[in-house]
Design a protein around this ligand. Structure first.
Ligand code: NAD
Ligand code: ZN
Ligand code: ZN
Length: 348
């Protein structure tokens, strides 16, 4: 089968022929119906040095996957061949305290996980191929009626990651609150929709691209801004003069972190999701009183069930551009050039 392989750090992934995997005991082979192209894959290809991540190359990219159960390894009960499923992306040990409550992202026994701190497309073969080998049936979530694998795929990361970040701050998202989404790409456009679905806070979106701001407007953003030197002041003013209660930064550059932090209200949350590698000083007076700074990484299996449910009910609608597997390299080229609105999904 064809697969988009990452063969070296600081290199582009390339299409190659690899054997279709055979599911071993406890494993499930999934026929891929959709694999989302995440900006994190661009960081994997271009930004990370050898030795930074505990993973061996090569592996197939694609950590946002959905499809159909194809073949079961021995001992697997539950999934039926043909069943449409979303694939939980982070593959932990399944037995430690974090994994047992669904936080396989934060597995504390990585030596007994299929891969340390990763999953399919992150250290092991991912879904930019015709088939994906999933190491255990607990990583499959049946798709609710009305949701197809192409739309479900981006929900496993571009939907789940902002959902987890929003849920962490939900007590602060009261009807009189203001939430800010910085970066309205794959994750950010779903963050705006999710905020609109789960709370009544005012939503302000920030993105330099007109088509991204248009997506934010269509998702119900109350205000969309192109970033400039006054963005933090504009946000504070629009937020009743007091600043934003929750700022979600889906870029993570020094500029967006400075802006986001400067726009955050006393007692507010500044949540860093984007991994552009920026940093800001943290000291007693470097932000408003009692602002919480936090990072978030992906989300839990239970939260994915909730996200899929929202989408099946029409409350979350990923904006998708489809690419064939042969065009997967082109999908990443366009993502890198800022030419993808919403999410690019590879449909093998
Ligand atoms: P994307 O390329 O689809 O979207 C990024 C958006 O940010 C684009 O719309 C771009 O125009 C906008 N942008 C760029 N500079 C900006 C600025 N100065 N101000 C405002 N907006 C700006 O990327 P994505 O796939 O949505 O991923 C976003 C980030 O989140 C990436 O760094 C990715 O690696 C990271 N990520 C983190 C997690 C996690 O669990 N923490 C999960 C998935 C992705
Ligand atoms: Zn991702
Ligand atoms: Zn674990």
């Amino acid at each position: 089968m064809h697969a988009l392989r990452l063969n070296g750090w600081k290199s582009e992934a390339v299409l190659e022929d690899v054997p279709v995997p055979e599911p071993g005991p406890g494993q499930v082979l999934v026929q891929v119906g959709g694999a989302g192209a995440c900006h994190s894959d661009l960081h994997l290809m271009h930004d990370f040095e050898d030795g930074l991540l505990p993973w061996h190359l090569p592996f197939t990219l694609g950590h946002e996957n959905a499809g159909w159960v194809h073949t079961l390894g021995t001992g697997v009960t539950g999934p039926e061949p043909g069943q449409p499923v979303a694939v939980v992306g982070a593959w932990g040990c399944g037995a430690c305290a974090r994994c047992r409550v669904g936080f396989e992202t934060y597995c504390e026994d990585p030596a007994n996980a299929p891969v340390p701190a990763g999953g399919g497309g992150l250290g092991l073969d991912g879904g930019m191929a015709e088939y994906l080998l999933v190491p255990a049936a607990r990583f499959l979530v049946p798709l609710p009626d009305g949701l197809d694998p192409v739309h479900a795929a981006p929900l496993t990361d571009a939907g789940l990651t902002p959902y987890h970040a929003i849920k962490r701050s939900l007590p602060k998202l009261t009807p009189d609150a203001t939430a800010v989404v910085i970066g309205v790409g794959g994750l950010g456009h779903l963050a705006v929709q999710l905020l609109k679905a789960v709370c009544a806070a005012q939503v302000i979106a920030v993105d330099p691209r007109a088509e991204a701001r248009q997506l934010a407007d269509e998702a119900g953003a109350d205000l969309s801004l192109s970033p400039d030197a006054d963005t933090a002041a504009t946000i504070r003013q629009a937020a009743h003069g007091r600043g934003a209660d929750v700022v979600l930064d889906f870029v993570g550059s020094e500029a967006t972190m400075q802006t986001g932090l400067a726009a955050t209200r006393m007692l507010g949350d500044f949540t860093l999701v984007g991994i552009a590698g920026g940093s800001v000083p943290f000291s007693f007076f470097s932000q408003a009183y009692e602002v919480s700074l936090q990072t978030t990484y992906w989300g839990t299996r239970g939260e994915l069930v909730e996200v899929l449910d929202l989408a099946a009910r029409g409350l979350l609608r990923p904006d998708i551009t489809r690419f064939s597997l042969a065009d997967a390299p082109e999908a990443y080229r366009r993502l890198a050039a800022g030419e993808v609105a919403g999410r690019a999904v590879v449909v093998p």
